[in-house]
Design a protein around this ligand. Structure first.
Ligand code: HEM
Length: 167
């Protein structure tokens, strides 16, 4: 059982690193490089790498949810605990609750970005990249991406607190 737990935590951290690292690479490296202009095929490059990372991201979410739930169960957390106000008020209970709320926010922001705003922005930009509607949608897509990066960083901090306590 302990080997399975070690494997679960390892897969969990790898999935977290892939999702958080991928988003930071897009925001800190790819987008600024493309924004410098004069990049032929920039829109296509961003769209195709964005779609590829979307699939990887949702794969990471599924792995994080499964390994995360297993990690919680190994740490003795049961569904009934969430109904217990004393457990919820404990520093561990608070860290788990905050982490699950942040995870729900990350999934919701990704769904809006990946399946609604993102595809509409790509269509509008490929139709007329300078049109006000295309620029508005591109603005929303990048704001959603940056908001999700902040949620991702908060998730990692909460994870560290969850494992080690606030001291
Ligand atoms: C995007 C979402 C998530 C990210 C980025 C993330 C990140 C992390 C990281 C970095 C750790 C290791 C912390 C450390 O050892 O210091 C961790 C541990 C943990 N995570 Fe997550 N996690 C995510 C989602 C979840 C979900 C959805 C759950 C519960 C369903 C969960 C439950 C746990 C648990 C219980 C641990 C402690 C593992 C142990 O026993 O050492 N995580 N997480």
């Amino acid at each position: 059982m302990h080997t399975l737990y070690l494997l679960s935590v390892t897969l969990h951290i790898l999935a977290a690193a892939t999702w958080v690292g991928g988003m930071l690479f897009l925001i800190l490296v790819v987008v600024p490089w493309l924004r410098r202009g004069g990049r032929s095929g920039a829109a296509r490059f961003l769209h195709e790498t964005g779609v590829r990372f979307r699939d990887v991201g949702w794969g990471c979410f599924a792995l994080l949810a499964v390994t995360g739930a297993f990690n919680l169960s190994v740490r003795g957390v049961h569904l009934a605990d969430f109904g217990d106000p004393r457990w919820r008020a404990s520093s561990f209970g608070r860290a788990v609750t905050v982490k699950l709320a942040l995870f729900a926010a990350a999934v919701a922001l990704s769904a809006v970005h990946d399946f609604w705003v993102g595809p509409r922005a790509t269509r509008a930009l490929s139709h007329d990249a300078v049109a006000p509607e295309a620029q508005r949608l591109r603005g929303w897509a990048s704001r959603l991406g940056r908001a999700n990066a902040l949620v991702a960083l908060a998730l990692v901090v909460t994870a560290v607190v969850l494992v080690r306590g606030l001291g």
